[in-house]
Design a protein around this ligand. Structure first.
Ligand code: ZN
Length: 241
């Protein structure tokens, strides 16, 4: 008789991508999903909720209350019911829960420097959409993003970054090239155009190139939107909705 670890190793040996492995994985996910409730919010209602939360942040009147207390913690201990996926930058000045006045169990967050979507990020987004039933994905870029600035520096000055930093900013380079294409932008304007282009490319990709996202989008169960956060005035500009 196999122990848990042996079973797991057996599963891995069979290959998670074989038909049997895939079916097992999906049934595991399904069981997990069945145990949890899903949000009843439509994509539009989820976006409204984000906007309202952001208004509270802007007005300096964050609710902080019920979404962070003990009762809320206990309510979601057995299963999460997030209403939005947020793909954002690791920058310490751009904390999603603060910007949208959300609390425990509300946002499913994918966060890295430059808000890019690699395989791990994509799998996380798909998990939230397919298993947790999240109706909204927001890709959030921000003013003066250091990762986008680094990508710009690679393009303009052939800067070489140590360790894994160069690889990390590579996916941002196409956005930088597009922003430079007009030839008319310089300095912070160019950087900001690259920030927006970086968001735009990710939103377009999630909307059109990822098979797992196409069906829920077609059925009106999922929306993918893009925004840019201004560090000075605190405004989130939802420029792709
Ligand atoms: Zn950033």
């Amino acid at each position: 008789m196999y122990g848990d670890d042996d079973s797991r190793r057996g599963f891995i040996r069979q290959g998670c991508c074989s038909a049997v492995g895939l079916a097992s994985a999906l049934s595991l996910f399904s069981a997990q999903a069945a145990e949890s409730r899903k949000t009843s919010l439509s994509p539009g209602e989820a976006l409204d909720k984000l906007r309202q939360g952001h208004d509270s942040f802007l007005n300096g009147k964050p609710s902080l209350k019920s979404s962070r207390d003990k009762n809320r913690r206990l309510e979601i201990a057995r299963g999460q019911v997030p209403f939005a996926v947020l793909v954002g930058c690791s920058d310490s000045r751009v904390p999603p829960e603060v910007l949208f006045d959300t609390g425990l169990g509300e946002l499913f967050i994918v966060r890295n420097a430059g808000n890019t979507v690699d395989t791990v990020a994509l799998g996380s987004i798909q998990y939230a959409v397919q298993v947790l039933g999240v109706p909204l994905v927001l890709v959030l870029g921000h003013e003066l993003c250091g990762a986008v600035e680094a990508a710009l520096s690679v393009v303009e000055k052939n800067t070489v970054y140590p360790g894994s930093i160069g690889q990390m900013v590579e996916p941002i380079i196409p956005a930088v090239l597009k922003a430079r294409a007009s030839g008319s932008l310089k300095g912070e304007d160019l950087l900001d155009a690259a920030v927006r282009e970086n968001v735009r490319r990710t939103v377009e990709r999630l909307r059109t190139s990822e098979p797992a996202m196409l069906e829920p989008i077609r059925n009106g169960k999922l929306r993918v939107v893009g925004a840019r956060y201004d560090l000075d005035d605190g405004l989130v500009d939802f420029f792709m909705t």
